[in-house]
Write a protein that binds this ligand. Sequence first.
Ligand SMILES: [Zn+2]
Length: 228
Amino acid sequence: MDGQTITAAPVLILLGPPGAGKGTQARMLEEKFGLVQLSTGDLLRAAVAQGTEAGKQAKAVMDAGGLVSDDIVIAILRDRLAEPDCAQGVILDGFPRTTVQAQALDTLLAENGQRIDAAISLEVDDAAMVTRISGRYTCAACGEGYHDDFKQPSQPGTCDKCGGTQMKRRADDKAETVASRLEAYHAQTAPLIGYFDDKGALTRIDAMGDIGDIAADMGAIVKTATAR
Ligand SMILES: [Zn+2]
């Protein structure tokens, strides 16, 4: 052997509630490792636009106001994984959402000699996340960002950057809204996290820390997955 081994492209799954920085981390992995991030919404839109067989089925369901079935999503994913840009590996975002979908994904990957190499759960401290998100506000005039606890303007109520005095908050950022969003996330993903944990594929990462540290942890996981 010359040390060259043929390995199937690694498949990573990224889990984390809104605000955990999934998008940022996925972009870093794309840049650093040539992985491709696949989100369900993008996959569906692309398949519909390309008019693939599965895309046509998805379009018919969506046009009728229905929910696209797991079978169709899996078929779209099967087509997508066969495209050359996925050869370095993929990061799945937003799929699977249920253990049934995870099992279907396992079956699909097995056909390709692939598997779920790592399911990375970006873990947040819920109370700290509520504070972080609900404290945000921006200057209505210039968009400069502020925070009740972490970044107040030097003159309360007056923008440091443009002198504007109109501040705005997003309705979505209300503490109760953020808290219930987190609760829904945990309820929905708990079975999935258990599924990956049982398979030994789960890695939990503290998503409240420094972005560089999180990226380093993620990088180590990808290296392990790639080198298997
Ligand atoms: Zn301003």
